[in-house]
Design a protein around this ligand. Structure first.
Ligand code: CDP
Length: 222
């Protein structure tokens, strides 16, 4: 029995924290598609390739091997999980993710993974494009201020020196680019269950989502 769960939503809504917990609870492979866009951005920055240099970007992606191992992203055998969260990548990732050809190549990889395994995938276009046939789809939101506060706490916990106001501005800017780009913008698909997490703690969110996943598992098993 194979099932797939799609989670979409804006930056900092808590998608990856929740998806990791749910992946363990229901024994699903967690695929962090944002990490893949971040990975492309990191590789491109290392090689000095701008988002406009489409041919170079495609070559770079086609010659790289992406895989996930224990929630960590490896590219060509290198664990890039920490480096893809740095400020340079975060500030530029939405520009690389807006490139049609980049999206096509990454969506292909993501679709292929989901063909063979039960997955829980999070991102911006999962319910609409990557897993339109997903057994359950969620759209997770929270106000920009709450999302910035969460991100601020997460980073200061890791001893990163950051300003709340800068994080809030970066989130607002990224939301704007992600929601207004021409190709596969962030949006809630009709059949997605929307959960506003502004006043919910992680356990409460996980509990709510688990009910829907359990139902989906039951109906696939029938
Ligand atoms: O974790 P955070 O909410 O900061 O974002 P992320 O999931 O790591 O995604 C980073 C960026 O990748 C997003 O701001 C989008 O520009 C892009 N992205 C996308 O376009 N499509 C996806 N399926 C996932 C991420």
């Amino acid at each position: 029995m194979k099932i797939s769960v799609a989670i979409d939503g804006p930056a900092g809504a808590g998608k990856s924290t929740i998806a990791k917990i749910l992946s363990k609870k229901f024994n699903l492979n967690y695929i962090d598609t944002g990490a893949m866009y971040r990975g492309v951005t990191l590789l491109a920055q290392r090689k000095g390739i701008n988002p406009e240099e489409i041919e170079e970007l495609c070559k770079l992606i086609k010659s790289s091997e992406f895989y996930f191992l224990k929630d960590k992203l490896f590219i060509n055998g290198e664990d890039v999980s920490e480096e893809i969260r740095n400020v340079e990548v975060t500030n530029k990732v939405s520009l690389y993710a807006a490139v049609e050809e980049v999206r096509e190549l990454l969506v292909d990889i993501q679709k292929n993974i989901s063909k063979n395994y039960s997955v829980i995938m999070d991102g911006r276009d999962i319910g609409a494009i990557v897993l339109p046939e997903a057994n359950v789809k969620f759209f997770i939101t929270a106000s920009p201020e709450i999302r910035a506060k969460r991100r601020y706490k997460e980073l200061t916990r890791k001893n990163k020196i950051v300003e709340y106001e800068n994080i809030l501005q970066e989130i607002i800017k990224r939301d704007y680019i992600d929601s207004n780009r021409e190709i596969n913008p962030l949006r809630k698909v009709e059949d997605a269950i929307e959960i506003d997490t502004s006043s919910l703690c992680i356990d409460e969110i996980v509990e709510q989502m688990s009910i829907y996943i359990e139902k989906a598992i039951e109906s696939v098993g029938d």
